[in-house]
Design a protein around this ligand. Sequence first.
Ligand code: GLC
Length: 531
Amino acid sequence: TVYQIYPRSFCDTDGDGTGDLNGIIQNLDHIKGLGFETIWISPFFESPQRDFGYDISDYQSIAAEYGDMETCLKLIEEIHNRDMKVVFDLVMNHTSDQHRWFKESASSSNNPKADWYVWKDGKGKNSSKPPNNWNATIGGSGWHYHEGRGQFYWASFLDFQPDLNYSNPDVKNAMLGVARFWLKHGVDGFRLDIFNSIYEDTAFVNNPASLKIVPSEESPDGFFQKMKYNVNQNESFEFATELRAVVDSFSNPPRFMVGEVFGDVETTKKFCSYNNKPGLHTIFLFQTLSTPFKAKKWRKMVQEFEHNFPSPYVPTYVFSNHDRRRSITPLGNDVRKAKLLALFQFTVRGISFTYYGEELGIEKPILPLKTGKDPLAQRYKSIPQFMVNWTGQSLNRDECRTPMLWDSTENSGFTSGEPWLPVTHNYKTINVQSQSVNSNSLMNFYQQILEFRNTTNALQNGTLEVAEDLSNRKFFAYYRILGNDRFLVIMNFTPRVQSFKVNKGEKVFSTHPSNELLDLQPYEGRVYKLN
Ligand code: GLC
């Protein structure tokens, strides 16, 4: 079970309005108290912060606004002292354009780092046109002209995030060195940022056309282009196995990697295993984010994940993150549904990822694109706001990054200064302090379900079988089995009381603990231990 912290928004201890590493240290007991095993922290390294840390200018130093190396090492130690693990965010694909590597690389075409990035001559008259038609993953040409060097550089994401050139062995070694550096400092693993963009095809031929307009979870194709030559290259799968070898060389304790990749199952699974060699331990399966809250849809999702990622693969279950809207939003801010989602997330077979504040049910505010601090919002600010609201997605990622809500004092205890993003309107009731004294709160429910999972081996290590006879339009049910232990999880997806039959089982957990009836209450989920 992984808890994701977006450090800028977690807790500010120096009053500058942005969170810091001390703020994480001070609140580790909250995460431990909930029962999570692992903490993943979004980047807090030296950076101009144009993409809030996903644009790194020095991988081995800490941005002053977050703290310093000493505090970082203390953070790792304090997490370990609590018997938890810590996963750092490794942005390997690109650096900031303010990284000294890029500055050197851009300074001439014959400096020692000249081909550390992906440089190409332009086409057409005056070589002023991009070298080919490749789009960035967010649309628009990913090629950007650099005056000084008189060439174009490639950027998979935003223009200030130039891609490193992994065809150059020096680059590869430098970045493997960064991984080693943090592993030596005791980090338990990495979340790998846009890992499917690591390599590009070196023939640089044009990508074919596609009818697809918007990229989706299953396919990065979009903006009328098939991303054939710039994502999911064989060299990237191979690189995952090289990275794995480095990570495995730190075996005590064992380490872990999860990749942010996009594409169809057959392709992206190659990141986990390629040419008979192990790669990343697992990858995010973002289909969870677009699967509607319906019994049959969830059943289909689980069946697909089980089919595609049978043991020893482990599926991942993620319902929100720093790029995607809060999970309670598509649930109509209904806490009953949020509890059912948590019951599912912690009883299904897989690694669960919980974004900070989900345990409280922090809501997604509507923050206009025009005034967005997020560079994606700035880039898309000409899109009419009503269209954005209609999609329900967060094109302005500020919406999913609002401060953690600690108590009912001003700014919810997040900062004594001016918070970098607004605190959610209902923080007086939705916060850690008030939910901790309400036995019926979502936060207490997270604590209970995590405790149940942590003490029930079958939920951690058992197999999963869909209970076909109990699953229909109203219910989704599955068994978790380990040796002689058999558990049945059943969830009522309807707003009505529903009756059902269970043979020879003892109810051991419920979203509605006070319900003594056999009938399931609206949105009730239960676990039975079967005899
Ligand atoms: C990933 C991160 C996102 C970041 C982008 C570029 O998608 O999750 O926040 O902006 O990569 O690094």
